[in-house]
Every structure is written in structure tokens, then in C-alpha cells.
Design a protein around this ligand. Sequence first.
Ligand SMILES: Cc1cc2nc3c(=O)[nH]c(=O)nc-3n(C[C@H](O)[C@H](O)[C@H](O)COP(=O)(O)OP(=O)(O)OC[C@H]3O[C@@H](n4cnc5c(N)ncnc54)[C@H](O)[C@@H]3O)c2cc1C
Length: 388
Amino acid sequence: MNFELSAEHETFRKVIREFAEAEIAPHAARWNREHHFPVEIMSALGEIGVFGLTAPEEYGGSGGDFTSLCVAIEEIGRVDQSLGITLEAAVGLGINPILTFGTEQQKERWLPDLLTGRALAGFGLTEPGSGSDAGQTETRAVLDDGEWVIDGAKQFITNSGTPITSCVTVTARTGTLPDGRLEVSTIIVPSGTPGFTVEPAYDKLGWHASDTHPLTFTGCRVPADSLLGEQGRGFAQFLATLDDGRIAIAALAVGCIQAMLDQSVAYANERTAFGVPIGSKQGVAFRIADLKVLVDAARMLTYRAATLRDAGRPHAEIKQAAAVAKLFATESAVTATRIGTQVHGGYGFMEEYPVARFYRDANVLESGEGTSEVQRLLIGRSLGLPVE
Ligand SMILES: Cc1cc2nc3c(=O)[nH]c(=O)nc-3n(C[C@H](O)[C@H](O)[C@H](O)COP(=O)(O)OP(=O)(O)OC[C@H]3O[C@@H](n4cnc5c(N)ncnc54)[C@H](O)[C@@H]3O)c2cc1C
């Protein structure tokens, strides 16, 4: 067994960490305070190659592995979770569905800008009436005169309304299967298409510097060749997209836990109480020791899942490992932010230190790309339990 990432991965981690500390960390508090989506940093992120990490070189990517993407998300998430989710969604939800299921023409049209940070794309699966049971989509698309006509609404869609969003891929019901189940397909909708409205951004608990909107589609017409992959494959496509997304969200959670560890160690060494650094009190030091245990365990589960995926192991094995990693890492991140803020005492409630921001941001990790309950459901099923 090998419990370490390769030397190349660690060198890459250093590059991303240096970038994150120089270009993101100094501005993160302000961006979050002002609810500012930092579009100005996207091309710099594009230049260091993070959007094109997993794409083949023929489209402008670097042909790297999924593990590298997780390293980048972890390191950016360590300084700011909003930027971490922006990258995670840009690649996992924006680029990957087009890269994996798109036609050559679609790849040539959309990928060059997405891979360089000149554009972002969103993935619209969740709806006002269906999140965990996302297969029950109410959004409809019907073919009319060589065009798909889309009507419906999507909810909580990341990167869907930034100044550089070029398109959103949405799931829609396109018919009924012979066994009575919904036929779901996936369609690429360019930003600015008449009938496609990006509604005002949400007022969120955290991730204040990330972009999240409701979307509405009213008689929105796109050419028939906007279909992503085959008609009726939408359900399978989004399940595959979410498997990868869970590993990537676990990496974001690892970044959060590492941030809590780093910041808690620093504060416990510098802050004094009763004439000594608070870190000399076992009550504080032991909680920080727990953070080390959480980050080591979460990181190992996350990179185990990423390694299985890179090794092309059987789908069931990757799916289970992804759910295990997502569940443990995200619940640990919530625990870690509770410990991190407590170590900071009253300052844990103030914006002077980043721990308060991480505390707000951690909450959504337990919901995005499948809630903790859904992960337990998937793990239960993978064990052969008849859980419904
Ligand atoms: C900031 C943010 C960004 C997001 N970005 C995107 C995006 O880019 N694209 C996208 O498509 N979606 C996105 N989402 C949506 C996200 O994936 C969903 O919120 C999530 O899957 C949960 O769905 P829901 O909110 O409808 O909750 P529900 O499905 O309504 O769940 C409510 C509660 O019931 C529980 N529950 C539901 N079913 C079961 C069950 N069978 N057994 C046990 N418990 C159950 C859930 O675990 C949860 O606790 C985003 C969400 C947020 C908050």
C-alpha cells in the first residue's frame, strides 16, 4: 500500500499553494464580505492550468489525472472555500459533462474558453421540487421544428450567472420510457438565449464569493444538436457526473479541515491565557490533535477514491469509495470548523480571523452534490442492504 501522493503531485501542490496564498488569500475576506464573484482571478487560474487539468491536450488541457484536480481544489479551498467550489463546479459540472458526453462539435465550440478560464459553465440538475430525487425533473424539452423548446426551472445552480458564463447544461424530461419511467436528457443552453433567465443571486449563509442562481426557462429554443450525448441518457450522465463531484467535494472539505488545523495551531501558540499559550492547556491541544486525526483520515479517504478513479477500477468500487469519502470528509469539515472557532474563543465569532468564514462555508458541504443522508443511502445499498 502507498499512503503518499507522487512527487509530481506534491510539486504541483506547492505551485497551487503558492498561487492561492499570493493571489487569493489576501483578498478572500473582502470578496466574501462584499459578496463579490472575483471574475478578475479566473484568467490567472486559467493560466496556471487548473481548469484544463483533466482535459486532453487536443482541446487545450494538460491531460492530467483526477487526483491532480483534487489537489488543486484542496489547496484553493484551504484559503477560500468559495474559490474552491468555483473551481470544483467549473471542472466537475461545467467542463466534464461536455468533455465526457459531448460531440466533437460541442467540444470544439465550448471547451477552448472553458479550459482557459475565459468562460465558465454550469450544470442545472436541481429543481425547486427535486434535489435528492433529481431524476424527477419537471423541466421539459420537446422537439419542435428542429429545435428543443425548454420550459421549467432550476435551483441553486453554481457558476450559472457570472459575467463569463458561456452556457449551462440542463437536464429535462424528453419523454416517457416503455416501462413508464421518465426519459431524461441533457441539453446545452448558451447564456443569453431568449427564454433563458438567470434570476437574481441567492442570499446564502456562506460561499459568499461564489456564484449561485435560480434559472427559469420559458419557451427557450435551442438547436436540436444542443443535446448532450444521446437522447434519454441524462439520468446516467448526471449520476456519473455526481460520482466524480463527490470526490471533488471531499477534496474541498479536506482543504477546509487543513485550514482549521493550520489556523488553530498558529492561534494556540500565539494567544495567551493564565500567563501561558492556550496551546499548553490540554483542553485546547487535544481538540487540535483531533483536527490532525480528522484531516489525515479525510485526506486518505479522498485520495483513495481519486486513485481508484484514476486507476479505472470497477464503477461500483469507485462509487462506494466516493460516497464514503464525501460523507466522512464533509461531516469532519463541519466538526473541524466548530473546533477551529472554539479554539479562537470570541475571535472565532469575528471576521478578523478566517475561521468564522470557514464555519459558515462548511455547512453546505454536507448538502452539495448529494446530502450526507444520500451518501449513507448509497453506501447502504452498496453493502447489499435493501434500503429504499
Ligand atoms: C450553494 C449550493 C450550490 C449548488 N450547486 C448546484 C449546481 O451547480 N447544480 C445543481 O444541479 N445543484 C446544485 N445544488 C443543489 C444540491 O445538490 C442540492 O441542494 C442537494 O442535492 C439536496 O437537494 P435539496 O436541496 O433539494 O434537498 P432535499 O432533497 O429536499 O432534502 C432535504 C432533506 O431531506 C433529506 N432526504 C431527502 N431524501 C432522503 C432520503 N431518501 N432518505 C433520507 N433523507 C432524505 C436530505 O438529506 C435533506 O436533509 C447546490 C446547492 C447549494 C446549496
